[in-house]
Design a protein around this ligand. Structure first.
Ligand code: PNS
Length: 173
């Protein structure tokens, strides 16, 4: 058996279009487990096949602003990335990827990605955390849909995101 080296640095990847309290929960859990976390914001199209509503710069900035106002910012970086996640992990020297699982519907998609990422980079661990049940139903697409229909989303996203959603979809309906 080869020498075991404990993972010190993990990546929490996603499209974050926009970041939700569910994402923040996963980021905080990753930080509890590992001393260094890089939140990696993908430029590319996510699992829904559509392009992001918010620009890459906006998505990165919303996460940075949110973390700056939270208690969990220490040891967490936010970076944009393009191309393959495994290449990004290699570039930043991360030994693992942490993702949240909400329901069985997440599992198949995540297993497929984990298998593929293993083929690309067997040294990078895919690590899954169970999100808080409080946020089990929260997704960026649900947040966008509610905001588009004029609903209050303050219980799902941080204030900076709520403001950006209002600006994007219009304040009152
Ligand atoms: O928030 P999302 O949309 O579920 O995040 C998906 C993401 C960005 C993590 C995934 O699409 C990804 O890793 N994209 C980078 C491209 C890549 O590495 N593809 C091969 C692995 S599936």
């Amino acid at each position: 058996m080869s020498e075991i080296i404990a993972i010190q640095h993990v990546v929490v990847p996603g499209t974050f279009d926009p970041i939700t309290y569910g994402h923040l929960d996963v980021i905080a859990r990753a930080r509890r487990l590992f001393p260094k976390v890089t939140v990696a914001v993908a430029a590319s199209v996510g699992k829904n096949g559509t392009g992001p509503v918010f620009s890459l710069d906006q998505r990165v900035q919303m996460i940075r602003d949110t973390l700056a106002e939270s208690q969990v910012a220490a040891g967490i970086d936010v970076m944009p990335f393009t191309g393959l996640l495994m290449n990004f992990c290699r570039e930043v020297g991360a030994g693992g990827v942490v993702k949240g699982l909400r329901a069985m519907t997440d599992f198949e998609y995540e297993l497929q990605q984990a298998d593929l990422n293993y083929r690309l980079s067997p040294g990078v661990e895919s690590i899954f955390v169970m999100g808080s049940p409080e946020f089990g139903y929260v997704s960026s697409s649900i947040v966008r849909e509610l905001a588009n229909l004029g609903s209050d989303v303050s219980f799902l996203v941080p204030p900076v995101v709520e403001k950006a959603l209002k600006e994007h979809y219009g304040g009152t309906r």
